[in-house]
Design a protein around this ligand. Structure first.
Ligand code: NAP
Length: 260
């Protein structure tokens, strides 16, 4: 049976990936900070689907976190067939007034750890000439976003990086996919400190996490490089910046996301 490693598996989209892949008979390695949540999810999936689930409780912003996770997997003698780089956070607000350490942590978690894990697990996949890597970007990756600047920049990084890796690795039998959801039904916006009126607004276009996951896995099967799952509004969100000057796009989001 094949193995998927999912970062940020204790909640939201990561937990939905765990649920869906378990229902398809995959063994899982679940990574996040909340050991209790990971253990509860692992217990329920093992009982429900008779699969094996290992948990790794790890803060991925700690130094050498990717190496620690990789070494634990190697020590167990597992080879990962599907890596899902899902853990990601954001921080709403004016960059100049923000907590500088937090901005650096966001870059660390959303991009550096993703690159590190990808580089480590890709080696075995290429040797075996099979495997998949799913990286969580966002509709935010297609445009600048004042008041959510670092987050959008990290998601643009992930999008560009994943498209390049998709092309580099196709002939080695490894599929790399950037998943670019729009607002999805998780605690993400609350965790990122969005004001409640903005959360109310975006929640009207929420895509269920199950849909994000199913669209992502369908795209992986088709060996696509990018997928924009769910609500058709998300297609508008990724495409409209192509038809307007870049400063108009930035000014639109400055207006839309400004604190009122
Ligand atoms: N929800 C959306 O609207 C949306 C839209 C586009 C893209 N995305 C992307 O989708 C991914 C998942 O988001 P989500 O909505 O599911 O968010 P979420 O519900 O807030 O879940 C975030 C996950 O990341 C984990 N995590 C956070 N900090 C971590 C750290 N330092 N080390 C290890 N794990 C950490 C959390 O677990 P612990 O707290 O237990 O560590 C949790 O499992 C993110 O990359 C996000 O950018 C989300």
């Amino acid at each position: 049976m094949s193995i998927a490693l999912i970062t940020g598996a204790s909640a939201g989209i990561g937990a939905a990936f765990a649920q869906e892949l378990a229902s398809r008979g995959m063994n899982l390695i679940l990574v996040a900070r909340s050991e209790d949540k990971l253990q509860a999810l692992a217990d329920s999936l093992q009982i429900q689907y008779q699969i094996q689930v290992q948990i790794i409780a790890q803060d991925l912003t700690e130094p050498d976190a990717a190496a620690i996770v990789f070494d634990k997997v190697e020590q167990q003698g597992h080879s990962v067939d599907l890596l899902i780089n899902n853990a990601g956070i954001g921080d709403y607000g004016d960059f100049a007034e923000s907590d500088r350490d937090l901005q650096l942590k966001i870059i660390q978690l959303n991009t550096l750890v993703l690159v590190d894990l990808t580089h480590r697990f890709l080696q075995g996949m290429r040797q075996r000439r099979s495997g998949g890597i799913i990286n969580l970007s966002s509709v935010a990756g297609f445009q600048s976003m004042p008041y959510f600047s670092i987050y959008a920049a990290t998601k643009a990084f992930i999008l560009s990086f994943s498209e390049s890796l998709s092309a580099e690795n196709r002939s080695y039998g490894v599929t790399v996919l950037a998943v670019c959801p729009g607002p999805s039904e998780t605690k993400f916006f609350a965790e990122a400190g969005f004001p409640s009126y903005l959360i109310d607004l975006v929640s009207r276009t929420y895509t269920p996490t199950k849909t994000v996951v199913r669209d992502a896995l369908d795209a992986l099967e088709k060996r696509d490089a990018i997928v924009v799952p769910g609500n058709p509004i998300n297609q508008v969100l990724v495409n409209w910046p192509r038809f307007f000057p870049r400063d108009a796009v930035a000014n639109f989001w400055k207006f839309a996301l400004a604190k009122r």
